[in-house]
Structure formats: structure tokens, C-alpha cells
Design a protein around this ligand. Sequence first.
Ligand SMILES: [Zn+2]
Length: 329
Amino acid sequence: MPDPAYRVARAVARRVAQDGALTVPFDIERVASAHAVLVTDEIPTRADTIVLHAAAPGERPRIVLDASLEEAHERRRFAVAHSLGHVLLGWHPLGMPCDVSTRPHELPVTVHDLVEGEANAFARELTMPEAWIASFDALDRPAALMRHVAERSGMAVMPAARAVSLLLGPGFVWVVSDGWGRVLDAGRSPGTQVCPPRAGEELDTPRWARFAAERHRDEHAGCGIAVWRFDRSADASLPLDRTARSVAGDIADDLGLGSDGAEALVARVDGIAGWANEQLGTASLDGMRRVLDARARSLPELAEVAAHPEFGELVTAKATELVAKRLAR
Ligand SMILES: [Zn+2]
């Protein structure tokens, strides 16, 4: 089941690969040089790269790569591909420093993150194309496939794991951990409700493995790769995303509103969300949350609901659902 998110960014990446007759692995710096001037310099701040407008009309934009990346080849390759995304996705504002080591957000927290997510999706599809990954016919051994994709493409294992996971069916959670068992990055396949562990956490492997219907392990460059598949029967034992509907149901229960009351509350929140969506246009998740929160609190008939301890969670869940729809483009 291909992930529908960032459809446009990935289509542009496929076009670049097709036009250049690129086969993995290829020289990403040569490809990027056709569209931009690559410069290595010291970027003040912790950024890996920054894309700047052309110095003069008619010239190409500049991709400035931090000097520290000369020692980090995989990271530099990803940074170049990410920056080429900013150049070719014409609606991206230039001049913003990028840190490609930060975990690509599955949902945009701000408009800036939406743009960063698109540049990452472009970079993954260009350097590790979906069709190329599928051609190995090894989705039944996802951890080994993640290692193989990293080795063959010359990319780090984290973006390789993310690229592979997008091709897996629902229910898969993947984790890349360091030699001390700390989570470096984690994610899940499309349609999975289980929330993966967070980067920086100590990985509690037995707890995850215990509920898994499938367990896969491998290693790459000193990092552990774990992939688990969970059946719906594991849902009760693992952290899950909550939908606005399920939170509203809980609140309605607590307030003794009954099932009709829960439906009415869901409808009311949907109505407010539609209104907030129109007010905000291209909103950030935070902006959406603030507008929803203020609007719901201003309505006397929702006073009791707004005072409930889970009201904040309801607003966040609804805002996330609204913003997530924008990712589908
Ligand atoms: Zn960026």
C-alpha cells in the first residue's frame, strides 16, 4: 500500500530520475549541479544546508553545505538531495537553514515542517526510489531490506528504513537504535495506529517484541534495526494514536451525555473545525489548535466540555486530522 503523502514532491523526484536516466547509486552532487551551484562553507547555527536565491538574475540558486559534512558522506548526500528538493519544488521559500538529522516529522507542526517533510520525501524518492526498493522483492524481510537499501544507495539507515516502511502494509513499527540501545529514529508503515517510540528513548525491546506477530532484526554500521508487525489484538497493550472521535466519546461518557451526546459533540467539533479551516487557509498545526481551542471555549454550550481534562487532547487530535489531510497532496 503506497503512502499517499507528499505525492507531488515524490512525482517531481521520479521526473528528475527519469530525465537524467539515473540508476541507484548515482552522483547526487552532479545531478544537483545541473540545477544549483554547490558551495561548501561554515554555516553559523547547527544547520547542515541552506538554499539561497541566485546571486544575480539568470544565475542558478546556491546550495550551501556545511563544512562539517565533508566528513559525513551519507549525511551530505541526503542534505544535497533535500536541498535540491527545495530548489525544484518551486513553492518552497529559500533562505531557511535545514537540519537534516532531525527526525522528519510525520505530521507538519508548522508550515516550515511541511516544507521540510516535502524536501525529505523528494530526497528519499530520488535516492531510494519506491520502484527500485520494490524490485528486490524482499518486503517479507523488512529489516534486512532496510540494511540492503542503505548499503546499495549509500544513504544512512534511518532514511532507508523510512523509505522501506512506506511500502509495508499496516501494522509495522521500525526502530533504529545505537549500540547502547537508545532510539535514534523510529517510524511506522502507513495505516498503523501504534505510536512508535520517540528518538532519545531507551528502547524497551522485550515490551515491544512480546506483543508482535512478526519480529525482524538486522544491523548496519553499528546501528540496530528492529521491525515488528502488530495485529489489531496488540492494540490494547501498546500506545495508540487517538482519533478526535474516540476522545470525544470518552468526554461524553464522563459527562454522562450518552451515545447521542457523543455524536452531537463529534458533529459540533467537526463544524468548528470546518470553520477554523476556512479562517486559516494554509495553517500550521499550532495555529489550527489555537483557533479551535478559542472558538470552542467561546461557546457557552461547550463550557462543560472545554473544562474537561481531555479537552486539550480533543483539540490536538482534531487539528492533527485536519492538517494531515494537507499532506495527501
Ligand atoms: Zn530543508
